[in-house]
Design a protein around this ligand. Structure first.
Ligand code: NAD
Length: 328
């Protein structure tokens, strides 16, 4: 059993990772500046408030808690905002990762699990996308993630560290029974936006493009439950700490869901129909993004356990029932 420092552990994916680590018997320390995180999501270990670009603060936390590994979730994540404020994204995501890696090296911490993304691939050239797919991001956000992958790979090679780059497809779902779920400001993800229309928090839901080359004309995405994502992080960290080799792995289901299928699932699960209307295609959207999951199955023995209806059921319980109680 190890002590794992989770940067961004007060955020959406990070808090689920903390829960999964604790359930697996590890000790967890959360490091987060609360720019987008929530202190009430920190429940499974001590909270250290700080910014990953603040070397002195990070070094102090490493000296105090002596973690054996880091799961690095802290980042600015909104793709559209990264186009408007690329400097802020490069500073936060790339400089922040470099400072973190420097502190890890100085503290002798050699295991780095990184929240990467399918956005590092850019326009899909083939589907499903495996880890050898060319990486050519189309947004500053995607570039910050690819640059961090590259830097951590080179730094690991030079200083005898190990990395796991986990390229998530679409994170979704929640763990309402533990009081954690998706809460981004601003929210840009399809599932919460669709559910907000049922809760009267939004007017309607737009289907961006109905003439794509997919089975029903709407965009197709690969949604993975955050509890499944979290399980993959536990496996990755245990692999590195157990002497296993570095890897880059897709985290997806290998099974895409179209926007229309998503809306049908919401209707099945909630018994209510989302008021949805077709809208023109958005610049930069790909028709379909689906993970090839062969490598992650083989290397981490990981297969997601929850399908789209389970994702919607948990997201719905979170937004409709639990989130209002947690946030008052
Ligand atoms: N949500 C998705 O669908 C998705 C998909 C692919 C990859 N990712 C990656 O997963 C990670 C977590 O995403 P999320 O959806 O949980 O986002 P989130 O915004 O909920 O969590 C990010 C956390 O990082 C913290 N943070 C940001 N900058 C920081 C800094 N400089 N110092 C300390 N803390 C800082 C925020 O306060 C927040 O708690 C991110 O790295 C994101 O790029 C997410």
């Amino acid at each position: 059993m190890a002590t794992i420092l989770v940067t961004g552990g007060a955020g959406y994916v990070g808090s689920h990772c903390c829960l999964a680590l604790k359930r697996a018997g590890h000790d967890v320390v959360v490091f987060d500046n609360l720019y987008n995180g929530h202190e009430r999501f920190v429940k499974w270990g001590p909270f250290e408030r700080g910014d990953i670009r603040d070397k002195g603060r990070l070094a102090e936390v490493f000296a105090k808690h002596k973690p054996q590994a880091v799961i690095h979730c802290a980042a600015l994540i909104e793709v559209g905002e990264s186009v408007k404020r690329p400097d802020a994204f490069y500073d936060n995501n790339v400089t922040g990762a470099l400072v973190l890696l420097e502190v890890m090296r100085e503290a002798g911490v050699g295991a780095f699990v990184f929240s990467s993304t399918c956005a590092t691939y850019g326009e899909p050239q083939r589907l499903p996308m495996d880890e050898t797919h060319p990486q050519n991001p189309v947004s500053p956000y995607g570039w910050t993630k690819l640059m961090t992958e590259r830097a951590s790979r080179d730094i690991a090679a030079a200083y005898g560290m190990k990395f796991a780059h986990l390229r998530y497809f679409n994170a979704a779902g929640a763990c309402p029974d533990e009081g954690i779920g998706e809460r981004h400001e601003p929210e840009s993800h399809a599932i919460p936006l669709a559910l907000f229309t049922l809760l009267g928090r939004r007017e309607g839901f737009k289907i961006f493009g109905t003439d794509w080359d997919t089975r029903d004309g709407s965009c197709l995405r690969d949604y993975v439950h955050t509890l499944d994502l979290a399980d993959a992080h536990v496996r990755a960290v245990e692999r590195l700490l157990g002497g296993g080799s570095s890897l880059a792995a897709n985290l997806g289901t290998g099974d895409g869901v179209t926007v229309l299928e998503l809306l049908a699932s919401i209707e099945r699960v909630t018994g209510r129909k989302v008021p949805a209307a077709p809208a023109p295609r958005r610049d930069g959207d790909a028709p379909a993004l689906v993970a090839d999951t062969t490598l992650v199955k083989r290397e981490l023995g990981w297969t997601p356990q929850r399908g789209v209806d389970a994702i919607i059921a948990d997201a719905w319980k979170w937004h409709a029932e639990i989130e209002p109680k947690v946030f008052g």
